[in-house]
Design a protein. Sequence first.
Length: 151
Amino acid sequence: MASTITAATLTVTTTESITLNGSNMGATNVLSVASVNEINQRIVSLDASNVRSLFEFGTTIGSGTFIRANVKYLRVTNKDNANAVSLNLESASSNCWVTLTAGASFILSSPASAIEADDDTTIAAPTLQNVTKISAYSANAIDLDCYVALT
């Protein structure tokens, strides 16, 4: 059976809007992602005080697992109005925690984008590794909006 899905371009617009002392200090930036033919969006209800897997990346599709090479855009938005969430980006041998305050979003252009995290040395030039998993933790029960665009 041939697919009836026609690929399209995802347009992501980020706008900061602020006027300081009568001067517009805002900005708008646009990211276009061509040939998107699959979207995965879900609300994840994160329970309190447990690390929960949101995404995994590899070479085969599975439950919550995406083919790394096909992922072109990923966003996690903290839908809570008061509490923060911490995201853990893992590679084969390192991980990096980032915190999203209430209402904030984390965007990754592609999990093929790589990370390096090292807590005991100064990194002059990174030795990057692919992100293999993204997990979340909060001391409070919160909701996350998770969005992935794939080709």
